[in-house]
Write a protein that binds this ligand. Structure first.
Ligand code: AMP
Length: 182
């Protein structure tokens, strides 16, 4: 797999904006809209991900709503494989299966269409999201994919917020690649 140099990682990091106290006090939000708005940085990132994943025999890319859709769909089109959205409850119109997961207070839920991977037997799926923190969302997404006829063989994140420990947790169930560690 092609590795980015520290200089290349610093370049990508410099295009991501930190927004303090969003959506609530104490959180530093990693705003990737500034990366998307920089055509060279976005193109560089997507070319890197295409090199990493083009020969890995992946059957589908699944992206987590909503920023996982941006990177996941762009990569799927670039390496010519189908894209599957994993969405918040009651957004998908056809029959769905769902997975609940705990948040700091209460729980959340994600859904996928029941036939999302039905075109391929034992489909190999790459999961994509922009960022992993506690790993709750990604772990639920891996479980959701594995409840279908498919298997999540790897999860890819643009940013891993290491201090939250989520990547280590999710690494117990699938392989992980994070482009940037913060
Ligand atoms: P988690 O389930 O804790 O790993 O949170 C991951 C999800 O929340 C991803 O979909 C991220 O887009 C979003 N998220 C969590 N923390 C941040 C942050 N500091 N900046 C931007 N997005 C975040």
């Amino acid at each position: 797999m092609e590795n980015l140099t520290q200089k290349e990682k610093n370049y990508l990091l410099s295009t991501i904006r930190d927004v303090k106290d969003f959506p609530k006090p104490g959180i530093i939000f990693k705003d990737i809209t500034t990366l998307l708005n920089n055509k060279d940085a976005f193109n560089f990132l997507m070319s890197h991900l295409a090199k990493v994943y083009k020969d890995k025999n992946i059957d589908f890319i699944a992206g987590i709503e909503s920023r996982g859709f941006i990177f996941g769909a762009a990569l799927a089109a670039k390496i010519n494989i189908p894209f599957v959205p994993i969405r918040k409850p009651k957004k998908l119109p056809y029959i769905t299966i769902s997975q609940k997961y705990s948040l700091e207070y209460g729980f959340d839920e994600i859904e996928i269409h029941i036939d999302a991977f039905s075109g391929v037997k034992n489909a190999k799926v790459l999961l994509i999201d922009d960022l992993i923190a506690t790993g709750g969302t990604a772990k639920a997404a891996v479980e959701l994919i594995n409840q279908t006829n498919a298997k999540c063989i790897e999860a890819c994140f643009l940013i891993n917020l290491k201090d939250f420990g989520g990547a280590k947790k999710v690494a117990e169930t699938t392989k992980i690649y994070s482009v940037l560690e913060v």
